[in-house]
Ligand binder design. Structure first.
Ligand code: NAD
Ligand code: UDP
Length: 339
């Protein structure tokens, strides 16, 4: 049985991926400093799967402490989720973002090299397509110009990983470019639990629904899109997690560097999200229209053909499932993991 190290595995996508990997027969080890998560998330993963999960509280940047994880476990592959991800915060604290996101990547590569771990899957983002590329995005497009330091860290980390794999022919790298993950595990036990005011649309909608926020502001209604609001490729986090299982199956058997978009290929507008959430849950979302948010692109969506052709992966859940599961999580956990 192969053992997969989930760096940042207590977070939103990591915890859902842990469930799917365990359910597919993999052993997982979680390493996280809980800077944007909590140990309770891993406990919930254990509840869902009925398996105990070996966990390390460690700052991944700290190569020395990270080594303990590699010494105490025979790791077959690493999935690198450990990053800071708030776009607005990255504009205000660029150095923090470059330090954390780049250094976690370098520390993982150093440890992997030292302990001969040759498989790395990286949480990248559609943001690397930048402003220049036309939608739908395909993997062979050149990385573009990002509008914020968070996006640039993803561009840089992709480059670092490609260079590392070029220099070490035994090192295999899969770059997974996520589109917009939303939703939660159907059990309602794990889900997205942002600290403070949510930056992203769906957690904000969910907090309005549960009464933690008064109203949603829709950022801009004068875009060149069918209803004037921005369109994104929203993907259910469980479909996304299953994409990681397919990527692990793949990387354990293949060498080289591969890039995959993980999206549905279908964009929805902000207004469609609000309408579908209301219909799927029966809860009204108080909302107003406001100014555009700086840096937002009118549209972002994937061409998801490559993941189907190479990994045999495609999304199965609908937008209604995404809304229902978000609400199931939020209504059962109005304050997230906090009691
Ligand atoms: P998250 O914040 O819930 O998870 C990231 C985890 O990494 C957290 O548990 C955090 O505590 C941990 N972490 C951060 N820095 C660390 C460090 N130095 N040492 C140890 N642990 C550290 O975020 P998520 O939504 O699960 O995203 C996971 C990855 O996917 C991130 O790299 C993110 O940039 C990327 N991504 C996310 C989205 C999205 O919309 N959620 C979209 C594209 C890409
Ligand atoms: N959005 C919004 N109000 C909010 C948060 C987001 O109208 O409070 C819009 C945002 O302008 C974008 C879409 O919802 O068009 C998705 O935003 P999110 O931050 O979730 O994802 P990203 O912009 O990174 O694709």
């Amino acid at each position: 049985m192969s053992t997969i190290l989930l760096a940042g595995g207590a977070g939103y996508i990591g915890s859902h991926t842990a469930v799917e990997l365990i359910n597919s027969g993999y052993d997982v080890v979680v390493a996280d400093n809980y800077s944007n998560s909590c140990p309770e998330a891993v406990k919930r993963v254990e509840e869902i799967t009925g398996k105990s999960v070996k966990t390390y509280e460690v700052d991944i940047k700290d190569t020395e402490k990270l080594e303990t994880v590699f010494i105490e476990n025979k790791i077959d592959a690493v999935i690198h989720f450990a990053g800071l991800k708030a776009v607005g915060e990255s504009v205000e604290k660029p150095v923090l973002y470059y330090r954390n996101n780049i250094d976690t990547t370098l520390a993982l590569l150093e440890c992997m090299n030292k302990y001969s771990v040759k498989n790395m899957i990286f949480s990248s983002s559609a943001t690397v397509y930048g402003e220049e590329n036309p939608v739908p995005y395909t993997e062979q497009m050149k990385r573009g110009t990002c509008t914020n330091p968070y996006g640039w860290t993803k561009v840089m980390m992709e480059q670092i990983l490609e260079d590392a794999a070029k220099a070490d022919k035994e090192l295999s790298v899969v770059l997974l470019r996520y589109f917009n993950p939303i939703g939660a595990h159907e059990s309602g036990k794990i889900g997205e639990d942002p600290q403070g005011i949510p930056n992203n649309l769906m957690p904000y909608v969910a907090q309005v629904a549960v009464g933690r926020r008064e109203k949603l502001t829709i950022f801009g209604k004068d875009y060149d899109t069918p209803d004037g609001t921005c369109r994104r490729d929203y993907i259910h986090v469980v479909d996304l997690a299953k994409g990681h299982v397919k990527a692990i199956d793949y990387i354990l058997k293949n060498n080289g560097v591969e890039i995959f978009n993980l999206g549905t290929g279908t964009p929805y507008s902000v207004t469609e999200i609000v309408d579908t959430f209301e219909k799927a849950t029966g809860v009204k979302i108080n909302h107003v229209y406001g100014d555009r948010r700086a840096g937002d692109l009118p549209e972002s969506y994937a061409n998801a053909d490559k993941a189907l052709a190479v990994l045999g992966w495609k999304t199965e859940k609908t937008l209604e499932d995404m809304c229902k599961d978000t609400w199931n999580w939020q209504s059962n956990n109005p304050n997230g993991y906090k009691k």
